[in-house]
Design a binder for this molecule. Sequence first.
Ligand code: 5GP
Length: 142
Amino acid sequence: MTYDANNIFAKILRGEIPCHKVYEDEDVIVFMDVMPQSTGHALVVPKASSRNLLDADTAVLAKLLPLVQKVASAAKVAFSADGISIMQFNEPAGGQTVFHLHIHVIPRFDGVSLKPHTGKMEESAVLASHAEKLKAALSAVV
Ligand code: 5GP
């Protein structure tokens, strides 16, 4: 399997389509998932091109997890979450639907089940408000 530069996250990275951005540095962008499985569901996306974890450069991965930890900590505070689920899918059989490496950071609440993966599109105003909350909490830890 090869990397297809026309995937939706590559288009977001090139600024061709919009996103509700939370954070960006030279290596990584963080934005809200448009079909959140829970309040505050965010995606941590390395800028380097790889389909998923299986073909990613180890140097990219080494920088990625510390930021995932920070986003998870910030999300717990921003959304008063009881826990955080980290998810990452590889290839269609593994549940992957967008073929550019990304890590899901999903706030969890006691007794609340996750909504379906790639279920319902959230309203833009809600995503914008969640992005601002997460951005504010993240700025305290990065
Ligand atoms: P995967 O199934 O590849 O692990 O996750 C892809 C995620 O991207 C899904 O959770 C889906 O809701 C989200 N997604 C799909 N298209 C878009 C988009 O255009 N913008 C954003 N922000 N998220 C998207």
